[in-house]
Design a binder for this molecule. Structure first.
Ligand SMILES: Nc1ncnc2c1ncn2[C@@H]1O[C@H](COP(=O)(O)OP(=O)(O)OP(=O)(O)O)[C@@H](O)[C@H]1O
Ligand SMILES: [Mg+2]
Length: 614
């Protein structure tokens, strides 16, 4: 429900001082007229009829229907003005108060912003002027040009909401297309990077393989050397054993020979001693021989003294002695000569042994040389074996180091592969993003036209409703069997939109429709009113409100007296049918018998005031 219950105004334009008016509660048609006592020739003109309505408009919206605000609305000679309007909108009932100098806006004495009032009233000023209070100077809906009509229609039906939605969808679709382009460029760059990193990976794989191969070859080479060294080691060990055996054999031989030589020396010593013994014996014999020979010599002369018995020897004795001596000499000579042979034999024996020993000495020298040779060989081999072992150890160490030597390409390759995986993940995300953007773009693009179609659908539906509303009013306004049709922008064959709000009017006698602009003043005024009434119904319905009060300020211009009665009758019927109070503002005296009451604005020297009569 939307209702205005009473108004309180102080110093508002013609209404100087404070005036309160409670609107009648009975449904019906009320006449708001006046009496100009200041200038009677003006009759009901200039008394403040419109001002009363404008006071409501100003209070609710902050300006009059003709755009007056601020100081323009204060009564001349006064410093401030204040208007309170008691309204009921939906579940709300309360008093809205606006004052000028000081400026204030309240709902039930609570200061509020204009937006709160608009929200509360559910009607914009335009909607209010087309549905509740049709102003004297307002251009009616049908009088506007096709584009203007469409704009107003869209605005009051809030159909622009769908255009805005379509525009927002268009903007979003463009943003999505741009985002898609960005992602596609990103994808192209990712593909390039992936193929380059892929190539890098292949190169690194080859380098890694070459490195491993080189490493394997190096290890194999070192292994081969170790094997050679092992073979050499084995042969050295064998040679060493052989040398040891040789040395030992030489040593044994040396010991043997030394013993033989020593034995020979012993033999020689024994031979020497034997010879010495024999020689001593021979010397004794020789000395004895010499003595015998000397004795013999002594026996040779007479008188000689026997060397043996030291007696003077006679010739017999001498002879005997000589014979004995001779025998002794012969025996001794024989004995002596018997020694000569063995002595010489011993000398020969010694020479033979010495010769043999000399051979043995040579043999010992050879054996000793052999032994030294073997010892040298042994030492060389031992040294060789030692070196061989060291070399093997060295090579094994090298193998260990080589095995441990890290392949630098492995880490590089791993890093590249990680980068490649990351890039592929990014590519997958990018593709998913593009797919998602494509889907969104398709959906949003659909709604660029979709919202327009929704709007057209709503327009179509609303137009049909408006046609019904308007056509219902035509008969009661005296245009019996007249019919009005509206048409509005449509999607044409090329996909564009033909804009405009066109009104076709079918008179009973004409088969073809005629445009609104083609009718006479009186006809037009009736059509105009029918249009206004229909639109007022539509607006209130869309706002979810049932209007309980309406004001029509001078709707009768261009209408003949008969038409004025039709108008009054129409509004009366409307008031009764819908349970409203309708206030018909007119400066004419309307001879209509069914007014439920008359509000007379009387203007005198003090200003305007209100009088109500039934
Ligand atoms: N600020 C003001 N102070 C005092 N009077 C004002 C002020 N502003 C306008 N008026 C006068 O108030 C009078 C009433 O004007 P209003 O438009 O309400 O007349 P009306 O009764 O609707 O007349 P009409 O039938 O000609 O439309 C006018 O004479 C106008 O000059
Ligand atoms: Mg007026």
């Amino acid at each position: 429900m939307f209702d205005i219950l009473d108004i309180n105004l102080t110093n508002f334009r013609a209404f100087a001082g404070t005036h309160k008016f409670t609107f009648p509660t009975e449904p019906g048609l009320y006449n708001l007229t006046g009496r100009n006592e200041v200038n009677p020739r003006l009759e009901a003109n200039g008394v403040g009829k419109s001002t009363l309505l404008e006071a409501i408009h100003w209070c609710l919206y902050g300006h009059t229907s003709r755009g007056l605000k601020a100081g323009d609305v204060i009564s001349r000679g006064k410093k401030s003005c204040i208007v309170s309007v008691h309204v009921a909108v939906g579940q709300f009932e309360g008093v809205i108060t606006r004052s000028q100098s000081p400026n204030a806006l309240t709902i039930n004495d609570t200061i509020v912003e204009q937006t709160e009032i608009n929200k509360l009233l559910r009607l914009s000023p335009e909607q209010f002027s087309l549905s509740v209070m049709l102003p004297q100077f307002g251009s009616s809906f049908l009088d506007r040009g096709p584009t203007d009509k469409l704009a107003l229609f869209s605005q009051i039906m809030e159909l622009d909401f769908w255009l805005e939605k379509s525009k927002a969808a268009d903007v979003l679709a463009k943003e999505l297309a741009e985002a898609k382009e960005v992602e596609e460029r990103k994808l192209a760059s990712l593909m390039g990077r992936i193929s380059s990193v892929d190539e890098d990976c292949k190169g690194l794989e080859a380098q890694q393989a070459t490195f491993f191969n080189d490493q394997r070859i190096t290890i194999q080479g070192l292994d081969k050397k170790i094997k050679q060294l092992r073979t050499e080691h084995k042969s050295c060990i064998q040679d060493l054993e052989f040398a040891k055996a040789g040395r030992k054999a030489a040593e044994n031989r040396s010991v043997g020979l030394t013993k033989v030589i020593q034995d020979h020396y012993g033999e020689i010593d024994a031979v020497i001693q034997e010879r010495q013994r024999l020689a001593t014996k021979a010397a004794v014999l020789e000395a004895s021989l010499q003595t015998l020979n000397a004795s013999m010599k002594k026996l040779t002369g007479l008188g000689a003294v026997c060397p043996t018995c030291l007696q003077t020897v006679n010739a017999n004795h001498l002879k005997a002695e000589k014979a004995r001596l001779k025998s002794q000499i012969e025996t001794s000579t024989l004995a002596y000569e018997a020694y000569e042979k063995p002595i010489n034999k011993l000398a020969e024996q010694r020479a033979t042994i010495a010769k043999a020993n000399s051979v043995n000495h040579e043999g010992l020298a050879t054996v000793t040389r052999n032994k030294v040779d073997f010892e040298t060989k042994e030492a060389v081999l031992k040294n060789k074996i030692e070196h061989n072992i060291l070399e093997q150890e060295q090579l094994e160490k090298q193998i260990g180091q080589e095995r441990k030597r890290e392949n630098p390409y492995t880490k590089m390759l791993a890093d590249k592969r990680t980068a490649l995986t990351d890039l592929k993940t990014e590519r997958a995300e990018c593709k998913a993003q593009i797919a998602s953007l494509n889907e969104d773009h398709a959906a949003v693009s659909y709604w660029v036209g979709g919202f327009k179609r929704v709007r057209l659908f709503l327009i179509e539906e609303t137009l049909r409703q408006l046609e019904i509303e308007v056509n219902n009013s035509l008969t009661s306004l005296g245009l019996v069997d007249w019919r009005i049709e509206f048409d509005i922008e449509r999607e044409n064959k090329t996909g564009g939109v033909t804009k405009g709000f066109v009104v076709f009017i079918y008179a009973p006698e004409d088969k073809e429709p005629m445009r609104y602009e083609a009718w006479s003043g009186g006809e037009t005024q009736r059509l105009r009113l029918a249009g206004n009434l229909g639109l007022a119904n539509l607006i209130m319905e869309r706002a979810g409100l049932t209007s309980m009060i309406e004001f029509y300020d001078e709707p009768s211009k261009g209408i003949n007296p008969m038409g004025l009665l039709d108008l009054a009758e129409t509004l009366y019927q409307r008031a009764i049918d819908t349970g409203k109070r309708i206030f018909l503002v007119d400066h004419h005296t309307i001879d209509f018998g069914d007014f439920s009451g008359v509000i007379c604005v009387i203007k005198d020297e003090k200003g305007s005031r209100l009088e109500y009569s039934t």
